[in-house]
Design a protein around this ligand. Sequence first.
Ligand SMILES: Cc1cc2nc3c(=O)[nH]c(=O)nc-3n(C[C@H](O)[C@H](O)[C@H](O)COP(=O)(O)O)c2cc1C
Length: 176
Amino acid sequence: MFLDLVNKRESCRHFLEKEVEKEKLVNCIEAARLAPSACNSQPWSFVVVNKKDLLPEIAKSVQKIGMNKFAEKAGAFIIVCQEKANFTAKVGSVLQETAFQEIDIGIATSHICYEATAQGLSTCILGMFDDKKIIKALNLPKGKKIKLVIAVGYAASDRLRNKVRKTFEEVAFFAE
Ligand SMILES: Cc1cc2nc3c(=O)[nH]c(=O)nc-3n(C[C@H](O)[C@H](O)[C@H](O)COP(=O)(O)O)c2cc1C
C-alpha cells in the first residue's frame, strides 16, 4: 500500500558514509520525470551529484545558518531546478494566480523521495542552501534557478520516528 511507503519516508539527518548506486539515482529521476505538472509543462531539471570529489562542496553549500551539517555524510544530492513553463501553464498561472511551476517542482521532488524510500534509500529535502555556491561548484549556468536540494543516502538507523502531524480533523473534512 502506498501509505506504507508514506509512513516509511522521513527526513534523514543521520546518513551512513556509503555510496548510492547509480541505478537507484536513475530510478529516482525517472519517478520525477513521470510526475504530473500543470499543462504537462514539466518545468524542471535535475542535477545528480554522486561524484565523491563534488559531494563536500555541495554539503558545504547547504550549511546555512548552522543548519544541515548532516549533509556531509550524504552519498548523493539531487539538485532540483526550475525551468521555463510552457505557454499554457504560464497563462494558467496568471489566470489562476497560482505558481504552478512551484507546485510542479514540489510534486516531482516528492516522487524522488518516495522512489528513494521504495529502494531502501533515505532522503532529506533541503530548502536552505547557497545557490551561488552550488552553481559555481557544479559549473552550472549563472542564472540557474535552484529550488531545492535533496540529500540522498543510507540511513544510519532504520528505526522510524513518530510522525508529528496535525490531526485528520484539523486538516480535512468531508464536505456536506
Ligand atoms: C521545502 C522543504 C524544505 C526543507 N528544508 C529542510 C532543511 O533545509 N533542512 C532540514 O533538515 N530539513 C528540511 N526539510 C524537512 C522538513 O523539516 C521535514 O519534512 C518535516 O519536518 C517533516 O518531517 P519528516 O520529513 O521527517 O516527515 C524541508 C522540507 C521541505 C518540504
